[in-house]
Write a protein that binds this ligand. Structure first.
Ligand SMILES: C[S@@+](CC[C@H](N)C(=O)[O-])C[C@H]1O[C@@H](n2cnc3c(N)ncnc32)[C@H](O)[C@@H]1O
Length: 246
């Protein structure tokens, strides 16, 4: 049941108008909380009115506003793309069209088509996923690899931690293989930031690395985003790695 609580004086304003839900029969407390949060979330309302499929769209929009990731004509890979908010933002920013698609997205969930975006329904951790993405890029390299992937949590913190670290590692490995020199890698990370070893590897391959928390990322959420920019190109970094092994 929806109950609109008015602010002082009984005047409705956007700020005052808060929707509270009573727990309905059959609805758990956590799903009631989730629904209440959705109903009161200005980003959810904005996503709806601006035609984005997810409130997550604003995270990459805000990251791009600060970090200047996208330029017209760039090619972008979106890992964990469903329902498609990030791909929509990227497609608009780079000017991707159905005739000349510049964005390739992958998710194991089914997605409705997005104009200008080639979508693969596939688990990115499967061995043949990178090849499928290379093929979908039509032999071109990418300028941005962005990953909003996260496994559903198991509740067992060490397991969840290892699983997310693994996901970020394979996304980073893929980015290093597919990016053009100067390219950027963006990935969702969780509390504690990026693992030391991975960060070290990224610092070798990119001119700058940083962690950002866009305003639309809920403050109570442990998520943040790693942004690595200025990819140095596969060859010099590989040579540097060979040197360090010597
Ligand atoms: C937070 S959502 C992405 C939201 C998206 N950025 C948007 O704006 O609509 C995370 C997505 O990652 C996907 N995902 C998680 N692990 C994956 C994997 N191994 N392979 C492919 N997709 C994965 C999930 O299915 C989920 O759709």
């Amino acid at each position: 049941m929806v109950d609109k609580a008015l602010g002082t004086g009984g005047r409705k304003s956007d700020r005052d108008l808060k929707i509270r839900l009573k727990t309905a029969k059959g609805r758990t407390t956590s799903s009631t909380k989730w629904l209440q949060r959705q109903l009161n979330d200005p980003y959810v309302a904005r996503a709806r009115s601006e035609g984005y499929r997810s409130r997550a769209a604003f995270k990459i929009k805000e990251i791009d506003e600060k970090q200047k990731l996208f330029k017209k004509g760039m090619r972008v890979v979106d890992l964990g793309a469903a329902p498609g908010g990030w791909s929509q933002v990227a497609a608009k920013a780079v000017g991707s069209t159905a005739e000349h698609p510049l964005i390739v997205g992958i998710d194991y969930l089914e997605m409705d088509p997005i104009p200008g975006v080639i979508l693969l329904q596939k688990d990115f951790t499967e061995d043949d996923a990178p090849d499928m993405l290379f093929k979908a890029l039509g032999g071109h390299k990418a300028d941005v690899v962005m990953s909003d992937m996260a496994w559903p949590t198991t509740g067992h913190r060490p397991t969840d931690h290892l699983r997310i670290v693994h996901l970020i590692e394979i996304a980073a490995d893929f980015a290093i293989q597919v990016l053009n020199p100067g390219g950027a890698f963006v990935a969702k990370v969780f509390q504690g930031g990026t693992e030391h070893e991975l960060l070290h590897m990224l610092k070798r391959h990119f001119r700058t690395t940083m962690h950002v928390k866009p305003p639309s990322s809920r403050s109570e959420s442990a998520e943040a985003y790693l942004v690595a920019k200025g990819f140095k190109g596969a060859e010099p970094a590989r040579a540097a790695e060979d040197d360090s092994d010597a």
